[in-house]
Design a protein around this ligand. Structure first.
Ligand SMILES: C[S@@+](CC[C@H](N)C(=O)[O-])C[C@H]1O[C@@H](n2cnc3c(N)ncnc32)[C@H](O)[C@@H]1O
Length: 382
C-alpha cells in the first residue's frame, strides 16, 4: 500500500536492532502507530505476539486481517448463503468480481465524474459502492463474522489503492487519468500470516492504549510532520468506515471529509512534543522502547533525546535515504520519499530516519555489540 512514512524499506534496520536486545520467541511486540501494519506483520512472521494499533479505521481493518487473523477465514455462513458448496474462498471472490447489478452510492455520487470529481472512474466507483454495501449487509445479517468482514474490507482497500487516480495520498485527485485508474477494480484474496500466538488489533489513541499494556518491545512510529493522516487518506478511511449510519460531511473541490475528530497531536508543532513525552512516561513498564523519527520531523532531535532520557538510557542509530520524488508529485515530501518502488529519482539532499532505542529500568541488556558487517550498514550517531 502506498502510505507516507511506511517503514517497509527499513524493516531489516529495525529487525537488526530488535534482535540485539535478545527479546525473541513469542515475546510481545507492540506497534502503537501501525499505519499499513508493515512492521507488525514482519514481527508476526518472526513469531512474536503482536499488538497492532492505529487511530484510523482503515489501518484497524488491516490489523484485524494481517495481525489478528492467524489463518484464512472459513466463510461458512456466507458460502451457505451464496450456495457455494465447494470449500474454496476463491468462489466468493469470483462471485464478487462478476456482479452485474451495480448499486449507486456515496462514492459514485461524490468521487467519480458523475459527482464532479476524478478519484475513480464511474464504473469503479459503482463497484466500490456495491461491494461496500454488500459487506455491510452481510455483517449486519451475520453472514460474516467480524474477522471475515474485516478481511473483505482489507481486500477492497487493497483493490481501491491500485485504481485510485491520485499521486500518492488522497489529498487531491489528478486532473488527467492515470493509466492505473482506468483498470477495472478487482478483489483478490489476502495472504494471511499463520501464527499460534494471540495477536491483536486495536483502534485507540496511542496515549490511552499505552496505559493498559506492558510490552516487551514497544515500537513507536508516530507521524513526524504536520500533514494529518486522516485528511491525506480520507477516502480509504471513508471506505473502511462506510456511510450507512450517518452520511459523512464532505466539502470543497476535493470532497474532503470532515476529520476534526481524528486529528493527531503528533502532527501538530505545538502539541507533538508534549504528546510524545506523556507517552514515553507512561511506557516505562516496557522492556525496550524503539522510536523511529525523521531528522526533518517537527520535534527537534535534542528535545526527543531529553524526553527519552527521562525514562532510561538512549542509543541512536541512523539510516540515510536519498530524496525521491514521485511521478506526479509537485512538492518535495520526505514521507513520500520512502516509496522507492513508486518514485523516480530526484536530486537534492537526503534525509535520515533515526531509530532511538530506550533501555528502561525493565531492560536486562544495555548497549549493543553489532557485528562488523552490520556496522557498515548502521551508523551510530555520536
Ligand atoms: C508514520 S505512520 C506509521 C507508518 C507505519 N509504521 C507503516 O510502516 O506503515 C504514523 C501512523 O500513526 C497514526 N496515528 C497518528 N496519531 C495517532 C495516535 N494518537 N494514536 C494512534 N495512532 C496515531 C496515523 O494514523 C499513522 O497511520
Amino acid at each position: 500500500m502506498r502510505y507516507y512514512g511506511a517503514k517497509t524499506k527499513l524493516i531489516p534496520f529495525i529487525e537488526q536492532i530488535v534482535k540485539t536486545t535478545g527479546i525473541n520467541g513469542t515475546s510481545s511486540f507492540v506497534d502503537l502507530f501501525a499505519g499499513t501494519t508493515s512492521v507488525g506483520r514482519h514481527f508476526k512472521k518472526l513469531g512474536y505476539t503482536v499488538y497492532s494499533n492505529d487511530i484510523l479505521e482503515f489501518s484497524y481493518a488491516l490489523s484485524k486481517t494481517y495481525i489478528e487473523l492467524n489463518k484464512q477465514p472459513e466463510f461458512k455462513k456466507l458460502k451457505k448463503y451464496l450456495n457455494i458448496i465447494k470449500n474454496d474462498n476463491q468462489l466468493i471472490f469470483d462471485y464478487l468480481n462478476n456482479l452485474n447489478d451495480l448499486t449507486e452510492g456515496f462514492i459514485f455520487e461524490s468521487y467519480s465524474p458523475n459527482g464532479g470529481r476524478k478519484y475513480f472512474t464511474d464504473k469503479n466507483a459503482l463497484k466500490i459502492d456495491t461491494l461496500r454495501l454488500l459487506f455491510h449487509q452481510w455483517r449486519a445479517s451475520n453472514y460474516s463474522n467480524e474477522l471475515e468482514y474485516y478481511y473483505l474490507i482489507t481486500s477492497l482497500l487493497r483493490a481501491v489503492n491500485l485504481i485510485s487516480n491520485v499521486s500518492g495520498t488522497y489529498g487531491a485527485y489528478l486532473k488527467t487519468w492515470d493509466k492505473r485508474a482506468l483498470n477495472p477494480l478487482k478483489l483478490e484474496q489476502v495472504d494471511i500470516i499463520s501464527s499460534t500466538t494471540k495477536n491483536k488489533a486495536f483502534k485507540k489513541d496511542a496515549n490511552e492504549l499505552i496505559k493498559e499494556i506492558r510490552p516487551d518491545l514497544l515500537y513507536l512510529d508516530p507521524p513526524y510532520n504536520s500533514r494529518q493522516y486522516a485528511s491525506n487518506y480520507f477516502i480509504l478511511e471513508l471506505i473502511a468506515e462506510g456511510w450507512f449510519e450517518i452520511p459523512p460531511k464532505i466539502y470543497g473541490k476535493t470532497g474532503m471529509r470532515e476529520y476534526e475528530h481524528q486529528k493527531s497531536k503528533y502532527s501538530s508543532k505545538i502539541n507533538a512534543l508534549n504528546a510524545l513525552e506523556e507517552l514515553i512516561l507512561n511506557a516505562s513498564k516496557s522492556k525496550y522502547i524503539l522510536l523511529s523519527y525523521n531528522n526533518e520531523g517537527i520535534i527537534p532531535h535534542i528535545s526527543l533525546i531529553n524526553a527519552l532520557e527521562r525514562v532510561g538510557e538512549v542509543e541512536t542509530f541512523t539510516e540515510n535515504h536519498k530524496r525521491y520524488k514521485s511521478v506526479n508529485q509537485t512538492i518535495k515530501d520526505p514521507q513520500l520519499t520512502l516509496e522507492l518502488d513508486l518514485g523516480v529519482p530526484h536530486t537534492s539532499r537526503g534525509f535520515r530516519t533515526n531509530l532511538f532505542i530506550l533501555y528502561t529500568s525493565q531492560s536486562k541488556q544495555k548497549g549493543f555489540s553489532l557485528q562488523p558487517q552490520t556496522l557498515n550498514y548502521f551508523k551510530r550517531v555520536a
